[in-house]
Each structure stands twice: as structure tokens, then as C-alpha cells.
Design a protein around this ligand. Structure first.
Ligand code: HEM
Length: 521
């Protein structure tokens, strides 16, 4: 049953001013230039200056460059009248080439899908293509996703070490704990035959995993209920400004619930830290707000994991020497990581189970990876499975930027004030980059020789300095969960959603009711 998605509206304020274009000789070092795997003539599709992927922007170049091919206003009006989702318009614009343009809400909007052009915008010239005031700011505040300039650099520098392979080792037991809890819930449902919703199950797992790592606390039932509001807020954000009064009030109430959870976690971790500092004997009293021993929302006993030494602890320690880390910024950072981390991971897992349901041959291929004589190990197979799911269904399907000044992109003029939409969903399904792109085939990602090597052809986690901070975390949590679930259980769906909602993220457009079946070897 297809539901009409909230249309992703574009930002409405324009902070851009027309300024002289700076020279950027460093662009000549474009890593995409001469990259293997390029299709002949690809970079020249519709490009007036030929393969100008490594652009050195000079005032002359800007003056002589022409605007990208335009999707006519009649096509945009036809789309607006049709009630179809934004992806329908973008798919039409993509036909014009790797860079195209159209006017939306009176604004010049460029769609960028070509690999070299994506690199140009996201990796090579983040100074020319900036994040504009973020739609999600009411939810995320000044957290690292919305921050800019020096504040962003400082915030990212503080968090980065937590998300490296080494940093993640500190959280491995928490990820494993969340995965065990999820497997336990499926084991119980397989035993009793109780129906479940796979989308909801994946959301609970992803939330639990990220909450444990961020706070060092188990996810209690109150927190789980309050954080369910995140989904409502994320869904409401794209249309929040234009929506009715009642919608805005509901969103304010949801935001208050999320704040309550964050504030409680901050108080708890602070209390635990004070208790720990005072000595192990006093720690239990300081942990009072965590309600030690209370059954967690995940069906486990909470006590064992209530040490409060997650990432939030680091933020609170940092606040002692850096006054900019106020309780508000700590709340923003916590909620930012929670939101950025859990819906994306949950949607990826939901798509993965839908794809497995539709592709028995892939299920067989996965099972074969467990045999001793298999040339592919289970770990490698799972990695390929997740990678291919993210190719077809990148949870962040649209990456917006804004050009405050003129630029030249692939020989085309980018006018100051333009909005830029970068669409991994369309790049990932470009037949020039991906043979038989609509086919679900995890083996594409198996061997180095067959892996897409062309930079900018595959970017479910973004590219450049603002690429996903949680890439390793996401890949690790999904791998740990799938490693526990797939050999033993498989959901048998009662019905599956037909389509996708291209909203603030990319999700199946309906519930995913199923019963859990135990797999026989
Ligand atoms: C499958 C799961 C995920 C996907 C597909 C995904 C995708 C992305 C993408 C495409 C971006 C770049 C957006 C842009 O350039 O504007 C991004 C940024 C970000 N992601 Fe993820 N993400 C995932 C999981 C996570 C997790 C688990 C976390 C943290 C726990 C996380 C934290 C962040 C943060 C903080 C940023 C902003 C980085 C910055 O601006 O410096 N993400 N993500």
C-alpha cells in the first residue's frame, strides 16, 4: 500500500551573495581524473567543455561557461501537479546529464549525480558548496551535523577518535549486548509464534545499540518511549515550517520528550561519574537515576551495563575545560548522534530483510558462505550484502548543499545562490556505472577487481570532510546483528511494502509484519 510521502521541500532562505570566483588550482589534483573503471566519454555527457572534471575556476572560466541543461518549467509544473515524490522529478532531470538544473520554488536548483561532479562538490570544494541552515536544526541544534566553520571542526575533532576502528573497540561489548538482546527477542517470537514487525524490530535494535554506546546506559522503557518521538519529528521536519498549527504543537511536544530523555541521561552519567570519582563504594548511590536493575526496554536486565562510560561521559569531561560545551551543546551532540545513527541504520536493515525476502538465490548464496569449502567467508558475504543494500537503498538518498558564490562545475556555470542536490540513489543506479543496476547482487562487492573503484560512483556515507562520522559504527552494528540473526532466523512476511518513501530518509512505505521462523541447517 503506497502512502504519499511528505514532500521534501527545499530551504527557503537565501544567504548567498554574488562574489568573484576564486581560483582553485588544487582542483587539478582531482582523484577521479584517470581513475580506472570510467566509461568512455562519460564525463563529457552534455558537457560543453568536454571532460573538465578537474576544474580550475577563474573569472574567465565562469564568464564563458554556460548553464547546465535545464528541465523545462512545464516539466516541473507537471510534476508538481502530479503529487509524485521528489525522486520522480530528479529522475527526469538526471536524463539531461550528470549535472542538470531546474527551478523549484523560484530557486535555481542543480542536480548533481556524476561521480566526478559529486567529488568536485563534496570532496574537493567543500568551501564552495556549503550546508545551509539545516532543516533539522530544531531537533539537532548545534550538534556536529548542523555545525559549521571552526565550531564544526572542533566538534568533529573531538568525536572522530570514538568512531575509528580502535575507538569502536571500546564499545564492542555494547554493540554485542544490543545484538544479543535483539536475537533474544526473535528467539522468543520464533518460539511463541507471536507476530512482529521487522521494521520496528530493526529500529529498536539500532536505537538500543547507539544509546548504549553514547550513554553507557541500558535503554529503559521510558527512554525508549520518549525516543520514539524522533521518528515523528524526522518525518515532520521537511514540511515543518509550512505545516498547520496543530502539527507544530505536536512537534514541540515530541521535541520536549526527546529533551527529557537527553537531560535524564546527562544527569545520570554526571551522577555516575561523580560516584566513580568518589570511589567505587559510592558509585551505586550516584547511579540512582538510572534505576539500576530495572528491566530494560530491550528485555534484558539493565544493571550490568549501567557504567555511564559512553561518549556522553567524554562530552561531560570535555565540558570541564571547554566552556563552549554547555549542557545545551551536550544535549545537541547526543541527540544528533542518536538521530543520525539510529534511523539510518534501522532503515538499511529493514531494506536488507526485504531484499532477502525477494531474493531466495541470495539467501542460498549467504547460507553457502557458512560451508567449510566456501571461497567466501561469512564476514565478507555480510559486508557485501550490506554494501549492496546501501547501493540500492542509501538511507541518506539526497545530500543538499548551497553555492554561496559562482563556480564552474564540469564546465558548467554554477550561479551564486544555487541550491545543489546530490543524489546517491540515482548515481548508484546509473547503468553507465553499474552493470544491470536494478539487480540485487551482493557479489558485486566481493572482490577488489569487481568492486566499483571509480571515486564518486558509490557514496552511501557521503564523500569528503563531511562524510559520515558513523560509517564504521553502522557497518559494525549491522554486521554483528546479522551474524547473530541470519544463520538462525528468517522473517516470513505476511505482506511487504510495495514502494519507498523518499522523505528525510529513504524507507519502505509501510509496515513489515512477519513471523519469525527458525532456520534448519
Ligand atoms: C547505514 C547507516 C548510515 C548512513 C547511510 C549514513 C549516511 C550519512 C551521510 C550520507 C552523511 C553525509 C551527509 C552530508 O554530507 O551532508 C552522514 C553524515 C553523518 N553521519 Fe551518518 N550514516 C549512517 C549511520 C551513522 C551512524 C551510526 C552515526 C553515528 C552514531 C552517524 C553519524 C553521522 C554524523 C555525525 C554525520 C555528520 C558529519 C559531519 O557533518 O561532520 N551516521 N551520514
Amino acid at each position: 500500500m503506497a502512502t504519499e510521502a511528505p514532500r521534501l521541500t527545499l530551504p527557503s532562505t537565501d544567504s548567498g551573495t554574488r562574489t568573484a570566483v576564486r581560483s582553485a588550482p588544487e582542483a587539478a589534483a582531482c582523484p577521479a581524473a584517470g581513475a580506472p573503471g570510467g566509461r568512455p566519454g562519460d564525463a563529457t555527457v552534455g558537457s560543453p567543455l568536454g571532460a573538465t572534471t578537474a576544474t580550475t575556476t577563474t573569472p574567465t572560466a565562469t564568464a564563458t561557461a554556460v548553464l547546465p541543461p535545464e528541465l523545462g518549467e512545464d516539466r516541473v509544473a507537471a510534476w508538481q501537479g502530479s503529487g509524485r515524490q521528489l525522486i520522480a522529478l530528479l529522475t527526469e532531470a538526471r536524463e539531461l546529464g550528470p549535472v542538470s538544473r531546474f527551478r523549484l520554488g523560484g530557486r535555481q536548483t542543480l542536480l548533481v549525480t556524476g561521480p566526478e561532479q559529486v567529488q568536485h562538490v563534496l570532496a574537493q570544494h567543500p568551501d564552495r558548496y556549503v550546508k545551509r541552515s539545516h532543516r533539522a536544526r530544531p531537533l539537532l541544534g548545534d550538534g556536529v551535523v548542523c555545525a559549521s566553520g571552526q565550531a564544526w571542526k572542533d566538534q568533529r575533532r573531538l568525536l572522530q577518535p570514538q568512531f575509528t576502528s580502535t575507538g569502536l573497540r571500546r564499545h564492542e561489548h555494547r554493540i554485542a549486548g544490543a545484538a544479543r538482546a535483539a536475537a533474544g527477542r526473535w528467539a522468543a517470537k520464533a518460539r511463541t509464534g507471536e507476530p512482529t514487525d521487522v521494521g520496528e524490530d530493526m529500529r529498536l535494535f539500532a536505537l538500543d545499540a547507539v544509546w548504549r554506546c553514547l550513554t553507557g546506559l541500558a535503554l529503559d522503557e521510558d527512554t525508549r518511549r520518549e525516543l520514539a518521538s524522533v521518528e515523528a519529528v524526522v518525518a515532520a521536519l521537511p514540511t515543518a515550517d509550512a505545516g498547520p498549527e496543530a502539527g507544530r504543537a505536536a512537534m514541540a511536544a515530541d521535541l520536549a520528550r526527546i529533551d527529557a530523555s537527553a537531560e535524564r541521561a546527562i544527569a545520570t552519567v554526571r551522577g555516575l561519574a561523580a560516584g566513580l570519582a568518589a570511589g567505587p563504594g559510592e558509585a551505586a548511590g550516584a547511579g540512582e537515576p538510572t534505576r539500576p536493575g530495572e528491566a530494560a526496554a530491550t528485555g534484558e536486565t539493565a544493571g550490568a551495563e549501567q557504567d555511564g562510560t559512553g561518549l556522553l561521559h567524554l562530552l561531560l569531561e570535555t565540558a570541564k575545560s571547554r566552556p563552549e560545551y554547555t549542557d545545551r551543546l551536550i544535549r545537541d551532540e547526543l541527540v544528533t548522534l542518536l538521530v543520525a545513527g539510529h534511523e539510518t541504520t534501522a532503515q538499511t536493515l529493514a531494506w536488507l530483510f526485504l531484499l532477502l525476502d525477494r531474493h531466495p538465490e541470495v539467501r542460498e548464496w549467504l547460507a553457502a558462505a557458512d560451508r567449510p569449502d566456501s571461497p567466501v567467508g561469512r564476514g565478507e558475504a555480510l559486508h557485501a550484502l550490506v554494501s549492496e543494500t546501501l547501493r540500492l537503498y542509501p538511507a541518506v538518498w539526497l545530500i543538499p548543499r548551497h553555492a554561496p558564490a559562482d563556480d564552474v562545475l564540469d564546465g558548467y556555470r554554477v550561479e551564486a545562490g544555487s541550491d545543489i542536490l546530490i543524489c546517491p540513489y540515482l548515481t548508484h543506479r546509473d547503468p553507465g556505472l553499474w552493470p544491470d543496476p536494478e539487480r540485487f547482487d551482493p557479489t558485486r562487492f566481493l572482490t577488489a577487481g569487481r568492486r566499483p573503484v571509480r571515486p564518486g560512483a558509490y557514496y552511501p556515507f557521503g564523500v569528503g570532510g563531511r562524510a559520515c562520522l558513523g560509517l564504521r559504527f553502522a557497518m559494525r552494528t549491522t554486521a554483528v546483528l546479522l551474524d547473530l540473526l541470519l544463520p538462525h532466523y528468517m522473517p516470513v512476511f505476511r505482506s511487504t511494502p510495495d514502494g519507498a518513501v523518499f522523505g528525510a530518509d529513504l524507507r519502505p512505505d509501510g509496515p513489515m509484519p512477519a513471523r519469525i521462523e527458525v532456520r534448519r541447517p
